[in-house]
Design a protein. Structure first.
Length: 256
């Protein structure tokens, strides 16, 4: 499977996608000379903001996509560096003051085990700050899942289904408590995006959700997938201009 991440497509709605990052950053308590890691850092531009605003001594940005990291050298330096690595393989033992992840951990399975592993990577008093999309019940996601279960897409993807590992907000709160965090903040937030028309919703998810299907389908079959996706999705979305696109996200912060 090839790297289908397209930085230009992803950043088409750069300002809208950035707001949850700043909301999550606002939850973090700055400490002198922090050592931090940003899991799923994308292009690295926001990682630079994270590094500078918290005055960190060292920040490591990790992402599996070479395309997203292509410009990383232009923002690296002064204690900020990047590595191309699968964040599912990240592990450390008491090394970091902050583990930060904005819109990345929803690609990883088993969040109970995942958060336990991330907790082990924190120093005493360390912080965990995470934002994950929680919009899997919206037609944009539901229609894609329905199509993936039907021929010929099911056969081409060998039965693959995009499973949603994101927990309920209250489940994260209970999990953080069990993991021994002394302080926590967990919330579900709805971000309202005003788009030009309902067709723009497709452009939005082409930069994220639909990459999961694009990398698993031959180009001609993905084109057919998109044709049917557009047709079915428009049956469920009101044809109004502008189009209001509500997007749910979970933000949580905790300190050991």
């Amino acid at each position: 499977m090839s790297d289908r991440w397209n930085p230009e497509q992803y950043e088409r709605y750069r300002d809208e996608r950035s707001q949850p990052f700043f909301d999550l950053l606002a939850l973090v308590e700055a400490r002198p000379a922090m050592r931090m890691v940003d899991l799923g850092c994308g292009t690295g531009e926001l990682t630079r903001v994270l590094h500078q605003q918290l005055g960190a001594s060292e920040t490591l940005g990790l992402d599996s996509s070479a395309a997203m990291l292509a410009k990383r050298q232009s923002v690296a330096g002064d204690g900020l560096r990047f590595e191309q690595r699968d964040i599912a393989e990240f592990a450390a033992e008491g090394e970091y003051d902050l583990i930060f992840s904005n819109a990345a951990l929803h690609w990883l399975e088993d969040h109970e085990a995942l958060l336990a592993r991330l907790t082990a990577a924190l120093k005493a008093g360390g912080q965990l700050a995470v934002q994950v999309p929680a919009n899997d019940d919206h037609p944009t996601h539901v229609v894609a899942a329905e199509l993936a279960r039907q021929s010929p897409f099911r056969e081409a993807m060998q039965g693959y289904e995009r499973r949603w590992p994101v927990l309920k907000p209250e489940a994260y709160a209970a999990l953080l408590y069990r993991l021994g965090y002394k302080k926590q903040h967990v919330r579900l937030q709805v971000y309202g995006h005003l788009l030009g028309a309902r067709a723009d919703v497709i452009e939005w998810v082409k930069g994220t959700l639909l990459t999961d299907y694009e990398k698993r389908l031959p180009s001609e079959l993905f084109a057919e997938f998109m044709r049917q996706y557009r047709e079915r999705l428009f049956e469920r979305l009101e044809d109004v201009r502008p189009y209001f696109y509500p997007f749910k996200r979970i933000l949580f912060w905790a300190q050991r």
